[in-house]
Ligand binder design. Structure first.
Ligand code: ADE
Length: 231
């Protein structure tokens, strides 16, 4: 998979992309992540990429010129057309299902903008899908792009040490994950449930399923409702 990110702040990505699973996945060539600075495509020597909104109002709006030029340059960097995604609080809410869907793509082109917004012609002209990572406003799309990259890359075959570990994640079956324990068997008077030490795999699987259901009902009943609505 190839992921291109168009951003005004490529340096924001340095640390998250160079640690842990994201680093390993790049080293293993499971994913190539390329950052392109939108400001390099600004028309003037001040590298100006935003301006005051027509009609008045606070803040600055990203101008279409640099974003279009940057996008057209990035598109040519690889033969796959890819799926173009604009990060914006106005987008469709990102979730595990969307992460799984995106992880099947050959190429993603993520466009991170300033929070005050993009000139509307960027959305229309690039025919981009809009994604939000939640109902709150970030200073820009960069952290949202990183969230998407993180959630997508861990689903690429081979990205996790243990092939099964993404399968059991919270949300992968529309439920929260069951409680997990590791050593020691007793910690500050809290004991690991006997069933997990029993070696009876069928019983353990049933116990985990019940605990998943129980905690989803208690902590995230909206997920159960969503599952029902989909059926
Ligand atoms: N840019 C600003 N806020 C955002 C959000 N919640 N999701 C995606 N991109 C954003």
């Amino acid at each position: 998979m190839r992921i291109d990110v168009l951003t005004l702040f490529p340096r924001m990505f340095e640390s998250p992309l160079s640690c842990s699973i994201l680093n390993r996945a790049q080293e293993a060539s499971l994913v190539e992540i390329a950052l392109t600075d939108i400001r390099d495509f600004a028309a003037d020597s001040y590298r100006k990429v935003d301006d005051k909104p027509y009609g008045g109002g606070p803040g600055m709006v990203m101008m279409p010129g640099a974003v279009f030029d940057c996008f057209e340059h990035v598109q040519k960097l690889s033969p796959d057309k890819g799926r173009t995604i604009l990060l914006t609080p106005q987008g469709q809410k990102f979730d595990q299902k969307k992460a799984a869907e995106l992880s099947a793509e050959k190429r993603l082109i993520l466009i991170a903008g300033k929070y005050e917004g993009f000139d509307e012609r960027i959305r229309i002209g690039l025919d981009a899908e809009q994604i939000s990572i939640g109902d709150y406003v970030l200073n820009g799309g960069e952290l949202a792009a990183m969230v998407i990259i993180d959630a997508v890359v861990r689903l690429l075959p081979g990205a996790l040490g243990d092939e099964d570990s993404a399968k059991d994640d919270s949300f992968s079956e529309g439920l929260l994950e069951y409680p997990q324990y590791t050593r020691p068997e007793v910690f500050r008077d809290m004991k690991v449930p006997d069933i997990l030490l029993s070696g009876d795999h069928a019983k353990i699987a049933e116990w985990r399923k019940q605990r998943s259901l129980e905690r989803t009902k208690k902590w995230r009943p909206d997920l159960l409702q969503n599952n029902k609505d989909k059926k």
